[in-house]
Write a protein that binds this ligand. Structure first.
Ligand code: ZN
Length: 350
């Protein structure tokens, strides 16, 4: 099959090309529960840039470069190509979206439904993913797509959408109609988070971003207030929230100073949700005591939550802005993402 393969890390992200096209062996059914997916779309994610930089190396490649060459791509949707002998309920040609964590289903995390904390591979990060024509996964990871949703249009929901959904759902379950939520960063994840908040709670939604294009995307998707992040964004949020800050702040950026600003926008007893990552959070412990603010991490989402998100998408309550690239344009897609040129999400279509 054709694939785009990462051969070397690039900590400064300055190389002209990061992945190379190659003809590689097709993935095979190994376990009886395995499934081979013909990729219809593979989302291009900021995590892929972080993999290239080597941020994930201590977690996925501690011995050095043993992981490489790697086929990235953890946001996958497509059609069933082949099923293992024990797989039931799916047949060749069925359209599916793939939960990114391959889980066995028998550990305590899986049995409690916390799929992303289960034991198993995360294709695209620690084993071969979907920047290719075919992907090996497990039947347990699949969600059948309704007729309304095409694989190339929904692939980024598998991680970007699911992560935004999980954080926004946690916030929505706490938020009351007289309260406010701040979304920092209305890019690929943020524009989904805004729609999930809109669909699941009645709080006011304040969106903060450095880019006019992202703010216009936020306005189309239900933001009540738009704030250009030009240095005065904390004051602007305080002015909109009676000087106290918002009950929920969801930070889809997590670098370039947004963690301090995000916490400064959070009201006492409010919650600051970390989604984007890169920098350190530094808070005097006395401030945590006095304000009783919560700092909440978010890791992808459960299989059940991906099903919930597909229900919102099927009913048109959440829409994904996508830009499609051919598989052999993977470097272009990664570059465009790196340079902030993508409105919504980039998707590779083999
Ligand atoms: Zn991702």
């Amino acid at each position: 099959m054709k694939a785009q393969v990462l051969h070397t890390y690039d900590p400064a992200l300055t190389a002209p090309e990061w992945v190379r096209g190659a003809e590689v062996a097709d993935p095979k059914i190994v376990k009886s529960s395995d499934v081979i997916i013909r990729i219809g779309g593979a989302g291009v994610c900021r995590t892929d840039l972080h993999i290239i930089e080597g941020i994930w190396r201590p977690h996925t490649d501690p011995s050095g470069t043993a992981l490489l060459p790697l086929i990235m791509g953890h946001e996958n949707a497509g059609w069933i190509e082949e099923i293992g002998p024990e797989v039931e309920g799916f047949k060749k040609g069925d359209p599916v979206i793939v939960h990114p964590k391959v889980t066995g289903g028998t550990c305590i995390a899986c049995r409690r439904g916390h799929d992303m904390h289960g034991e198993g591979k995360f294709p695209g990060l620690d084993s071969n993913g979907g920047y290719a024509e075919l992907l090996q996964t497990s039947a347990r990871n699949l969600i059948a797509l309704p007729k309304t949703l095409a694989p190339k249009d929904v692939a980024p929901y598998a991680d970007a959408g699911l992560t935004a959904y999980r954080a926004a759902k946690k916030a929505a379950q706490q938020l009351l109609p007289d309260q406010a939520a701040v979304v920092i960063g209305a890019g690929g994840l943020g524009h989904i988070g805004i729609q999930v908040l809109r669909a699941m709670c009645a709080a006011r939604i304040i969106v903060v971003d450095t880019s006019d294009a992202s703010l216009s995307l936020a306005a189309e998707h239900g933001a009540d207030h738009l704030i250009k992040a030009d240095g005065g964004e904390v004051d602007a949020v305080l002015a909109l929230t009676g000087g106290k800050g918002a009950e929920a702040v969801i930070d889809f950026v997590g670098e370039k100073g947004t963690t301090k600003k995000g916490l400064d926008m959070t009201r006492p007893m409010g919650s600051y949700y970390v989604v984007g990552y890169g920098e350190e959070i530094r808070v005097p412990t006395v401030d945590m005591v006095i304000t009783e603010k919560n700092i909440i991490g978010n890791l992808v989402g459960t299989w059940a939550e991906l099903t919930e998100l597909m229900a919102l998408a099927d009913r048109g309550l959440v829409e994904l802005a996508t830009k499609h690239y051919r598989l052999d344009q993977a470097n272009q897609a990664l570059q465009d993402l790196h340079q902030g040129k993508i409105r919504g999400r980039a998707v590779l279509v083999p």
